[in-house]
Design a protein around this ligand. Sequence first.
Ligand SMILES: [Zn+2]
Length: 467
Amino acid sequence: MQNADLLVQHALVITQNERREVIEDGAVAVLGGRLAAVGPTTEIAAQFTARKIIDARGRALFPGLVNTHTHLFQAAVKGLGEDMGVEQWVQAVTFPTAVTMSPEEVYLLSLVSCLEILRSGATTVVDYMYPVKDPALHEAVIRAMLASGLRGRYSRMVNDTGEQAGILPQLIQPADEALAHAAELIERHHGAGNGRMEVGLSIGAVWGITESGLRATRRFADEHHAPITMHINESKFDNASTRERFGRATVPMLAHTGLLGPDLLAVHCVHMTDEDIALFARRDVKIAYNAVSNMYLGSGIPPIIKLAQAGLTISLGTDGAGSNNNQDMLETLKFSALLQKVAAEDASVVRAQTAVDWATRGGAKALALEAEIGSLETGKRADFFLVDPYTPKATPVHDPLATLVYSAGQANVVTTVVDGQVLLEDGVFRHLDEARILREAQKAAQSLAVRSGTERLLEKRARWRPA
Ligand SMILES: [Zn+2]
């Protein structure tokens, strides 16, 4: 008998491996944060003993979902400015919030986002923090990610222009300053949390960066092997402003400056021409599809089926809670499928299996982590969650994939494990005081709304008075 740290047995194991194998009475053995074995319970239980054994009878075991795009601090602005397009909304809601928040507020609100991400079955997240100048605010988000137990990538944003587009001067700094700070963050945090933390770069949008800023970001990314993520063609404003400033559309401009590459995670990609898609395909750019945010902000419908047919890797993101109002990856799974069905007027364009692939294998590949996460296979990281279907919303189950995409909610995600650590167990976080965090975050968000002026958006509306 071999010793394991954790044994989960008698589960319906959805491996999401190459052959999409499902093990009816399956088990996983976890050792040192990795999957030491995946197989039928009879085999695994005969081979391993463990200090901790979870009996998962009647439950399904899925590989952790990968949320490839969010802004964790935006939990602060849930329910503020929900009827605005993206350019108006960032100016009225998120920019004033970002330049007002304190490190403690950022920590608490980011932690709320992380807890919901874990409760919705996601085990990896890509954060995209606004380019605030106080290093303590960046540290606060990273602290929250590490404390939550999530696997994740923190992206330091480069934003060296954009006052003409309404970006506050406090959120603009020379590219070399932003990149010097990125180098410090990489030095300090890359590989932290037993390798859970990665540090990369981000660009807010093409209307917040100069041509030299784009080139400097690409140079830094190549030198430091730091991946880049960028909002691209979220609204029509991207192409309009790039044409005016540079005389060409956004994606050709990015190609011209060398920004496109397999390490670029392109977020939204709503307004894409066939030429844009071909340029992406040539450089193997990765896609973060944020269906809920695109609907919430009225941005449009990204041509995901076309992008997938061009051979591009599709992954799913919630986007920040400000343009979604939650961080629920299960809701995102559902909307991601539904929005494409609406666009195509064809229910068969996205199967439940495809949506689950986007959220697992696609997410892993988008982050170049396909050797580590995205499926339940021996040797990979032990990132997974258990679904108990016995709620009215999810019962009865026939096809577990269809249940996950269309019926399940956070109440069904009973246990979430990241890097072999059981973070959520039978619906309770074992490592953090969730109730206390939520109450303190509520107070922080209300104080922040008053100080940043966003509370004015609530004129003549009901205000929440916490008990
Ligand atoms: Zn975003």
